[in-house]
Design a binder for this molecule. Structure first.
Ligand SMILES: Nc1ncnc2c1ncn2[C@@H]1O[C@H](COP(=O)(O)OP(=O)(O)OP(=O)(O)O)[C@@H](O)[C@H]1O
Ligand SMILES: Nc1ccn([C@H]2C[C@H](O)[C@@H](COP(=O)(O)O)O2)c(=O)n1
Length: 420
């Protein structure tokens, strides 16, 4: 049991810890000897009576890890004393892919430590989580990190204390390190494997796998052009794709495809690993439909891989837009085994006009408005990610003119690029 925990702690003392306060990361690391460094800023903010803990989700089973991380916050908010404050936290090896452990930093300002510590002890006995407590030295000038051992642990190293010291920001924001094959999938096999592993816990996975089992053999490139229309909600995709279908005598498809509609709500409730694998597989089913229809007539597609990748990246990357992977990152590469459209059009809209269209569509309801304002940063990250995806890259079209003007502009692009 103790070995199991140690095996998921590669290079514990080389790890950096990052605590997100109001969206900004505060970094610290640990070392055996104190060399006079100052106390990391995140600890300087802790009131004298406050106690701190970190909880990091840690299991070699990625499905269990993802499911538990999804539930952990709700559990903590429900069961901890109200004087506890939670902040998102990462532990990672600087710039090393797939090294991130996710969790929470807990600042407990309640009178007694007992209820919180009882809950944390209970967690490490039952769940895939590592707990550290942070102990204040005399005068609050030093803090040490103490990794709690499991009840059955015999390993001395587990109970060694380390001094916490400030650390520089790494070159790559930690939330970008685990994107590949956890949030974005670059082959059919990688996404398929996730749903296969979920078969026992999510019955709907079996239905998706059955649909995939009847996939047609890979076809040659379609004879007719394949045009994908992308954009945020209410930018006019449905309006434009239907007009293009009618004008070009094309087939209109969407991703996720109709056959996945009954399962979609279930996967939308799952953590990103599972949810994103579902959408990734939806693109392969749509690609098969494109392959068939594209032999007979042009094909218009409402959302495809750009949406899958852009939303996944924007959700995975916390904080500011500048935390996104750099423009030349492999994260933005098109999957090598997925059909490439002839043209991808990205509809963009001024946020105020988008809000107006959402409001009209929702007949005066204002909930979406609040949601949009709240998610401004998220919106900016989705748009930036859309624009960085390559192979094919998207062509941006301003969707604010009239429906007919937008249609004419896109038809011009299609005729220029696809010789229709
Ligand atoms: N060019 C336009 N000018 C003004 N209104 C438009 C234009 N295009 C679409 N609309 C209106 O904006 C609203 C949203 O359009 P639409 O449903 O086509 O967007 P969408 O991108 O498909 O949204 P979603 O992704 O949420 O389904 C609709 O009420 C539609 O009539
Ligand atoms: N190919 C696709 C299509 C959609 N998604 C995800 C991304 C958003 O979370 C949501 C948007 O879809 P809509 O509400 O416009 O139907 O679905 C995706 O990941 N891949």
């Amino acid at each position: 049991m103790a070995r199991r925990t140690m095996s998921v702690l590669p290079q514990w003392s080389s790890r950096i810890f990052s605590v997100e306060l109001d969206g900004a990361p505060f970094y610290f690391s640990t070392q055996e000897k104190h060399r006079g460094e100052e106390v990391p800023r995140v600890f300087r903010k802790i009131p004298n009576y406050g106690r701190c803990y970190s909880l990091l989700v840690c299991s070699s089973d990625r499905i269990r890890r993802a499911k538990f991380y999804g539930k952990l916050k709700d559990k903590l908010l429900r069961d901890l004393p109200p004087e506890c404050h939670l902040s998102p936290m990462f532990s990672f090896l600087p710039n090393v892919k797939d090294s991130v452990l996710k969790g929470y930093f807990l600042n407990d300002n309640s009178v007694s430590s007992s209820p919180t510590e009882r809950l944390l002890r209970d967690l490490i006995q039952r769940d895939p989580v590592l707990v550290c407590s942070y102990l204040r030295g005399e005068g609050g000038q030093l803090w040490t990190q103490h990794l709690w051992s499991h009840a059955d642990s015999q390993t001395m190293e587990m109970s060694k204390d380390y001094y916490v010291v400030p650390s520089k920001a790494p070159e790559y924001h930690p939330s970008t390190l685990n994107i590949i094959n956890s949030d974005v999938f670059y082959s059919f096999e990688e996404a398929y494997e996730v749903l296969k592993q979920c078969g026992d816990i999510i019955p709907e996975s079996k239905s998706v796998l059955e649909l995939l089992a009847s996939r047609a053999e890979a076809r040659s490139k379609p004879d007719f052009p394949v045009i994908v229309i992308e954009g945020l909600d209410a930018t006019g995709k449905t309006t434009l794709t239907e007009s293009l279908r009618d004008t070009l005598g094309a087939c209109l498809l969407r991703s996720p495809p109709q056959c996945l509609s009954p399962m979609r709500a279930r996967f939308d409730r799952e953590p990103p690993l599972i949810r994103r694998a579902f959408y990734a597989l939806g693109n392969y089913i749509t690609a098969d439909q494109i392959g068939q229809e594209g032999m007979k007539r042009p094909v218009i597609v409402d959302r495809f891989w750009h949406s899958t990748a852009a939303y996944a990246i924007a959700t995975a990357v916390s904080g500011a837009v500048c935390n996104l992977p750099a423009e030349d990152s492999e994260v933005y590469h098109w999957p090598s085994d997925l059909l490439q459209p002839s043209l991808v059009v990205l509809l963009t809209l001024d946020p105020e006009e988008r809000k107006r269209r959402l409001r009209n569509r929702a007949q005066g309801e204002t909930k979406e408005e609040q949601e949009l304002d709240h998610n401004k940063l998220f919106r900016l990250k989705v748009e930036k990610a859309y624009q960085r995806i390559r192979g094919p890259a998207c062509v941006t079209v301003d969707a604010s003119p009239s429906t007919d003007q937008v249609l004419q502009e896109v038809l011009l692009l299609i005729r220029g690029k696809c010789h229709l």
